[in-house]
Design a binder for this molecule. Structure first.
Ligand code: FES
Length: 176
Protein backbone atom coordinates (compact mmCIF):
# COMPACT_ATOMS: atom_id res chain seq x y z
CA UNK A 1 0.00 0.00 0.00
CA UNK A 2 2.68 2.51 1.03
CA UNK A 3 4.71 1.51 -2.02
CA UNK A 4 1.73 2.33 -4.23
CA UNK A 5 1.24 5.67 -2.53
CA UNK A 6 4.83 6.73 -3.12
CA UNK A 7 4.30 6.20 -6.83
CA UNK A 8 1.33 8.53 -7.11
CA UNK A 9 2.25 11.77 -8.85
CA UNK A 10 0.04 14.87 -8.85
CA UNK A 11 -1.74 15.27 -12.16
CA UNK A 12 0.12 17.37 -14.71
CA UNK A 13 3.44 16.80 -12.97
CA UNK A 14 6.13 14.83 -14.79
CA UNK A 15 6.36 11.19 -13.77
CA UNK A 16 9.87 10.71 -15.11
CA UNK A 17 12.46 13.13 -13.84
CA UNK A 18 15.43 14.08 -16.01
CA UNK A 19 18.95 13.04 -15.09
CA UNK A 20 19.92 16.70 -14.85
CA UNK A 21 20.20 18.09 -11.36
CA UNK A 22 20.29 21.84 -10.79
CA UNK A 23 23.56 23.42 -9.65
CA UNK A 24 24.05 26.69 -7.83
CA UNK A 25 26.82 29.15 -7.12
CA UNK A 26 28.89 28.81 -3.92
CA UNK A 27 27.04 31.83 -2.51
CA UNK A 28 23.65 30.19 -3.06
CA UNK A 29 24.93 26.89 -1.66
CA UNK A 30 26.07 28.76 1.44
CA UNK A 31 22.62 30.32 1.75
CA UNK A 32 21.08 26.85 1.52
CA UNK A 33 23.54 25.51 4.12
CA UNK A 34 22.54 28.32 6.48
CA UNK A 35 18.87 27.34 6.23
CA UNK A 36 19.63 23.66 6.73
CA UNK A 37 21.61 24.48 9.86
CA UNK A 38 18.51 26.02 11.48
CA UNK A 39 16.50 22.81 11.61
CA UNK A 40 17.11 19.60 13.54
CA UNK A 41 15.03 17.75 10.94
CA UNK A 42 16.36 18.36 7.46
CA UNK A 43 13.01 18.29 5.65
CA UNK A 44 11.81 21.22 7.75
CA UNK A 45 13.91 23.44 5.47
CA UNK A 46 11.88 22.43 2.42
CA UNK A 47 10.00 25.72 1.96
CA UNK A 48 12.97 28.10 2.37
CA UNK A 49 14.95 25.93 -0.04
CA UNK A 50 12.08 25.88 -2.52
CA UNK A 51 11.98 29.68 -2.49
CA UNK A 52 15.70 29.79 -3.21
CA UNK A 53 15.46 27.30 -6.08
CA UNK A 54 12.48 29.20 -7.47
CA UNK A 55 14.30 32.52 -7.18
CA UNK A 56 17.38 31.15 -8.93
CA UNK A 57 15.65 29.17 -11.68
CA UNK A 58 12.43 31.16 -12.17
CA UNK A 59 10.26 28.26 -11.07
CA UNK A 60 10.57 24.83 -9.52
CA UNK A 61 11.70 23.00 -12.63
CA UNK A 62 12.47 19.24 -12.72
CA UNK A 63 16.26 19.70 -12.22
CA UNK A 64 15.45 21.97 -9.28
CA UNK A 65 13.11 19.35 -7.83
CA UNK A 66 15.81 16.70 -8.22
CA UNK A 67 18.28 18.97 -6.46
CA UNK A 68 15.90 19.43 -3.52
CA UNK A 69 15.21 15.71 -3.29
CA UNK A 70 18.96 15.00 -3.18
CA UNK A 71 19.80 17.81 -0.81
CA UNK A 72 16.96 17.05 1.61
CA UNK A 73 17.27 13.28 1.19
CA UNK A 74 13.61 13.01 0.25
CA UNK A 75 11.70 11.33 -2.54
CA UNK A 76 10.72 13.28 -5.62
CA UNK A 77 7.09 12.82 -4.57
CA UNK A 78 7.83 14.42 -1.19
CA UNK A 79 9.00 17.53 -3.01
CA UNK A 80 6.06 17.60 -5.42
CA UNK A 81 3.44 17.16 -2.73
CA UNK A 82 4.65 20.33 -1.01
CA UNK A 83 5.32 22.25 -4.23
CA UNK A 84 1.82 21.61 -5.57
CA UNK A 85 0.10 22.54 -2.30
CA UNK A 86 1.30 26.14 -2.05
CA UNK A 87 0.26 28.66 -4.69
CA UNK A 88 3.44 30.68 -4.01
CA UNK A 89 5.54 27.84 -5.38
CA UNK A 90 5.52 27.76 -9.17
CA UNK A 91 5.87 24.44 -10.95
CA UNK A 92 5.81 25.95 -14.43
CA UNK A 93 7.30 29.13 -15.88
CA UNK A 94 5.53 32.39 -15.04
CA UNK A 95 5.80 35.87 -16.44
CA UNK A 96 7.98 38.66 -15.10
CA UNK A 97 4.95 39.87 -13.15
CA UNK A 98 2.85 37.14 -11.62
CA UNK A 99 -0.55 38.57 -10.71
CA UNK A 100 -2.14 36.31 -8.11
CA UNK A 101 -5.74 37.38 -7.64
CA UNK A 102 -7.48 36.23 -4.47
CA UNK A 103 -10.72 34.45 -5.37
CA UNK A 104 -11.86 33.56 -1.86
CA UNK A 105 -15.02 34.74 -0.11
CA UNK A 106 -14.34 38.35 0.93
CA UNK A 107 -12.63 39.18 -2.33
CA UNK A 108 -15.28 37.31 -4.32
CA UNK A 109 -18.12 39.21 -2.64
CA UNK A 110 -16.38 42.57 -2.93
CA UNK A 111 -15.62 42.47 -6.63
CA UNK A 112 -13.01 39.87 -7.55
CA UNK A 113 -14.91 38.65 -10.64
CA UNK A 114 -15.03 42.20 -12.04
CA UNK A 115 -11.33 42.73 -11.26
CA UNK A 116 -10.35 39.41 -12.84
CA UNK A 117 -12.41 40.15 -15.94
CA UNK A 118 -10.84 43.60 -16.23
CA UNK A 119 -7.27 42.30 -15.88
CA UNK A 120 -7.80 39.42 -18.31
CA UNK A 121 -9.40 41.72 -20.88
CA UNK A 122 -6.60 44.27 -20.48
CA UNK A 123 -3.86 41.66 -20.90
CA UNK A 124 -5.68 39.44 -23.44
CA UNK A 125 -5.22 36.24 -21.43
CA UNK A 126 -7.24 33.95 -19.19
CA UNK A 127 -6.38 32.93 -15.62
CA UNK A 128 -3.53 30.42 -15.71
CA UNK A 129 -2.02 31.96 -18.84
CA UNK A 130 1.00 34.15 -19.60
CA UNK A 131 1.10 37.01 -22.09
CA UNK A 132 3.01 36.32 -25.31
CA UNK A 133 5.71 38.81 -24.33
CA UNK A 134 6.32 36.95 -21.06
CA UNK A 135 5.54 39.99 -18.90
CA UNK A 136 2.37 38.90 -17.13
CA UNK A 137 0.91 35.70 -15.72
CA UNK A 138 -2.55 35.77 -14.14
CA UNK A 139 -3.52 33.20 -11.50
CA UNK A 140 -6.52 32.83 -9.23
CA UNK A 141 -5.48 31.81 -5.72
CA UNK A 142 -7.05 31.14 -2.36
CA UNK A 143 -7.19 33.69 0.49
CA UNK A 144 -4.01 35.72 0.84
CA UNK A 145 -4.89 36.90 4.34
CA UNK A 146 -5.85 40.43 3.39
CA UNK A 147 -9.62 39.94 3.58
CA UNK A 148 -10.24 43.32 5.28
CA UNK A 149 -8.92 45.15 2.23
CA UNK A 150 -10.63 43.05 -0.43
CA UNK A 151 -10.56 42.74 -3.35
CA UNK A 152 -6.84 42.32 -3.65
CA UNK A 153 -4.04 40.72 -5.61
CA UNK A 154 -0.36 40.01 -5.11
CA UNK A 155 2.41 40.74 -7.59
CA UNK A 156 5.70 39.23 -6.51
CA UNK A 157 5.84 39.91 -2.78
CA UNK A 158 3.71 43.09 -2.97
CA UNK A 159 0.06 43.25 -1.95
CA UNK A 160 -2.31 45.59 -3.77
CA UNK A 161 -5.58 46.12 -1.95
CA UNK A 162 -9.01 47.75 -2.21
CA UNK A 163 -8.79 47.24 -5.96
CA UNK A 164 -10.96 48.93 -8.53
CA UNK A 165 -10.54 48.71 -12.30
CA UNK A 166 -9.00 52.20 -12.34
CA UNK A 167 -6.56 51.27 -9.58
CA UNK A 168 -5.63 48.07 -11.43
CA UNK A 169 -4.84 50.15 -14.51
CA UNK A 170 -2.63 52.49 -12.52
CA UNK A 171 -0.75 49.59 -10.91
CA UNK A 172 -0.15 47.63 -14.10
CA UNK A 173 0.64 50.67 -16.23
CA UNK A 174 3.28 51.82 -13.72
CA UNK A 175 5.24 48.54 -13.84
CA UNK A 176 8.61 48.96 -15.56
S1 FES B 1 -10.59 36.53 0.91
FE1 FES B 1 -9.20 37.62 -0.32
S2 FES B 1 -7.55 38.02 0.99
FE2 FES B 1 -8.87 36.77 2.19
Amino acid sequence: MSQQLTQIQPLSQPVHMPDEIATFSPAVEAEIDAHLAKYPVMRSAILPLMFIVQRERGYLDPPGVSYLANRLRLRITDIWEVATFYSMIQTKPVGKYHIQICKTLSCKLLGEPKITEHICKKLGINPGETTADGRFTVSLVECLGSCGTAPMFQIGFDYHENLTPDKVDRILDALP
